[in-house]
Write a protein that binds this ligand. Structure first.
Ligand SMILES: [Zn+2]
Length: 428
């Protein structure tokens, strides 16, 4: 085992000898990968633990991040097999009002601008149908593709036709053979999860009609970098995209971007619009060029910026721990509001456990009455806040901070305070 890789508590080390199992960039194949951030052995971010399993060995894996010096793709250098991560998933997009609203707007845009009458709209990683649901009864044929069996089942039960599968070039061929070409293919928050990006884009290209449009959203690296959103790094997110490597990726499969739009969700999201090369839409080259210039200005293609990022992450940890320990010492009680996947990166990296916080609350019934992975903090429903009063709420789902603080207005009115950890710990 590589030095520095010591499993936590009853963690079961599953990272082999800690040597990366990815040595070539997943877009350009280069071996020039600069590792800039090591978050240490970490359990899977969504592997919440049932109380009766708390003593069981807990698998943990390396969580190291590197920059490809050839194409600029930021990526993990260790891949946990997808079937371990996604077969029984607990992130239901529809849990969040913010995401429901965001996808309703995207659905309106797709219907108004891209999907003609009777055309096929395919969404990859369609989750519980949060987006496609908006297109029911709208004279388009919809099909979701969702790898998590439990979530695909929910979607089908709610009337959103969903195929329970991982999307790849083989899956794309099957869909095209049975459904015909797709006028619109959508992939939101999935590109980052894909181990074989080239095969994925080949699949998209083969499924699309010649005048079809591919729309994808992913967390934007420029925002991750600028706002120190290191906690959005976890095993499920294999890639962290800026625009430059995305253009290269699509170019390799005969596709081109014609538009990009920044979105506010998930701490900063980029939406891209692509078509087959030579397709009917004129590229918005000024907009795309402007964004590439901005990425260059931020330093997103060179090692220096990322080394600085890693050092700032270390400072954030020190400041957050000092804040929580100081409050605890002063007799204050702290609970966690929201137990998102990214929260587990932060808790594990900072080693924040039940010694510092009383409990966590989350609105998802799939997390309630479970312990957080690695740090073993019990998650309850939000009603716990009324039963067991605390002075501070640490908001781990900081991208939902406004929504959460509005829901918890009475907590604030009765003297409670919020702690926002990222980009710098602060009390609100
Ligand atoms: Zn590369």
């Amino acid at each position: 085992m590589r030095k520095g890789y010591l499993p936590l508590g009853n963690a079961a080390w599953c990272g082999g000898d800690g040597v990366p199992n990815i040595t070539a960039c997943r877009i350009c194949g280069s071996g020039k990968l600069h590792v800039f951030l090591r978050l240490g052995p970490t359990p899977l971010a969504n592997s919440f633990i049932k109380p009766e399993r708390i003593g069981d060995p807990e698998p943990s894996y390396p969580l190291d991040v590197c920059l490809c010096n050839e194409c600029g793709l930021v990526q993990l250098n260790y891949v946990v097999p997808p079937e371990v991560m996604f077969k029984d998933y607990i992130y239901f997009s529809s849990t969040s009002a913010t995401m429901r609203g965001h996808f309703a707007m995207l659905a309106s845009e797709v219907l108004a601008d891209f999907a003609g009458k009777g055309s096929l709209v395919v969404e990859i990683a369609s989750n519980d149908g949060v987006l496609l649901r908006n297109m029911l009864g709208k004279d388009v044929r919809i099909l979701g593709v969702e790898p998590a069996t439990n979530i695909a089942l929910k979607a089908n039960e709610s009337g959103v036709r969903t195929l329970n599968d991982f999307f790849n070039s083989g899956c794309a061929r099957k869909i095209r053979a049975s459904e015909g070409p797709a006028k619109v293919v959508i992939a939101n928050n999935v590109l980052a999860h894909v181990p074989d990006l080239k095969d994925f884009v080949t699949g998209v290209s083969s499924l699309l009609a010649d005048d079809g449009v591919f729309i994808a959203e992913f967390p934007y690296l420029a925002d991750l970098y600028s706002h120190l959103e290191f906690d959005t790094i976890y095993h499920e997110h294999l890639s962290y995209f800026s625009l430059k490597p995305i253009i290269r990726l699509f170019g390799q499969s005969g596709m081109e971007l014609f538009d990009v739009k920044k979105q506010a969700v998930h701490g900063g999201t980029l939406r891209i619009y692509a078509q087959k090369k030579g397709g009917p839409r004129k590229a918005s080259s000024g907009k795309i060029g402007g964004m590439l210039d901005e990425e260059k200005r931020l330093g997103l293609y060179g090692n220096e910026a990322y080394d600085k990022f890693a050092s700032d992450v270390g400072t954030l940890r020190a400041e957050l721990l000092a804040l929580l320990r100081g409050l605890k010492k002063g007799g204050k009680k702290i609970a966690i509001y929201g137990a998102p996947a990214k929260g587990n990166t932060l808790l594990n990296y900072c080693k924040i456990g039940a010694d510092l916080v009383e409990y966590a609350v989350d609105r998802s019934p799939y997390k309630q009455n479970h312990y957080t992975p690695g740090t073993h903090i019990m998650v309850y429903g939000p009603e716990k806040l009324d039963e067991s009063k605390v002075d501070y709420l640490l908001i781990l789902a900081w991208n939902m901070a406004d929504e959460i603080m509005a829901q918890q207005a009475s907590f604030k009115q009765s003297g409670g305070k919020f702690i926002l950890p990222v980009p710098r710990p602060r009390i609100a």
